[in-house]
Design a protein around this ligand. Structure first.
Ligand SMILES: Nc1ncnc2c1ncn2[C@@H]1O[C@H](COP(=O)(O)OP(=O)(O)OP(=O)(O)O)[C@@H](O)[C@H]1O
Ligand SMILES: Nc1nc2c(ncn2[C@@H]2O[C@H](COP(=O)(O)O)[C@@H](O)[C@H]2O)c(=O)[nH]1
Length: 196
């Protein structure tokens, strides 16, 4: 296991599905010049999702082969699909960029915290159930997917108080501004933003 050095950090965006974790993470990452370590998944891409941008989309055979080679830090299975982060990807990107981010569910955030300790900064993004429902319907998610996400809502929300930073994501621009400011002030010290 790669041991993270003093200045190396991993931001883990977590919270209920549909709260806007990926959107907020990608916008903040782009503002701050921080790259994402992508998960591998066997699920099919949804409309507007791209291989190499949202996930590494792989076949079950490819995933199982990588699993047998012990390449994943952790693996989860949801609705028959597997998801995992490769240890080598984390090590390579942290060594190259110093700071990276991931978007994971509660299980993934807990696992990374156990493995990498204080080098992990958990950022909890949430919204109320009705807001998430509306966003998922507008995005065209299937009822099956919406029901699955909603069934996990309370479990994911219960993780809020254990995370280092918590942001309610209602107005997107405000969320990204507040988050970017917090990460810059607390960890990055790049002074990229005009904070007045
Ligand atoms: N503040 C916001 N206001 C309105 N819509 C938003 C906001 N934040 C995100 N969205 C939209 O909500 C939807 C879900 O966002 P996103 O994909 O980032 O969520 P997520 O938490 O990563 O969940 P999932 O894994 O289901 O995609 C997207 O269509 C996104 O454009
Ligand atoms: N623990 C992990 N969680 C992951 C990983 N990759 C994605 N996720 C989370 O799973 C759910 C479902 O994702 P979806 O894109 O199919 O809706 C969501 O909360 C993701 O953030 C991973 O490698 N490990």
């Amino acid at each position: 296991m790669y041991e993270l050095k003093d200045k190396e950090l991993i931001f883990v965006f977590t919270g209920p599905n549909g709260a806007g974790r990926r959107t907020v993470a990608q916008m903040s990452g782009s503002t701050l010049g921080i790259k994402q370590v992508l998960s591998y998944t066997t699920r099919a891409p949804r409309p507007a999702e791209l291989d190499g941008q949202d996930y590494h989309f792989v076949t079950m055979e490819e995933f199982k082969a990588a699993e047998e080679r012990n390449e994943f830090i952790e693996v989860i299975e949801l609705a028959g699909n597997r998801y995992g982060i490769k240890e080598q990807d984390v090590a390579d990107m942290v060594q190259k960029y110093g700071t990276v981010y991931l978007v994971l569910n509660r299980h993934g955030a807990e696992t990374l915290k156990e493995l990498y300790g204080e080098r992990i900064v958990r950022i909890f993004i949430y919204a109320d159930r009705d807001t998430i429902l509306k966003r998922e319907q507008e995005r065209g998610d299937t009822q099956e997917l919406i029901d699955r996400n909603m069934s996990q809502y309370d479990i994911e929300l219960d993780y809020k108080d254990q995370c280092e930073h918590v942001f309610e994501n209602l107005d997107l621009a405000h969320t990204v501004f507040d988050l970017t400011k917090a990460l810059d002030e607390n960890y990055l010290h790049r002074k990229l933003l005009d904070l007045d």
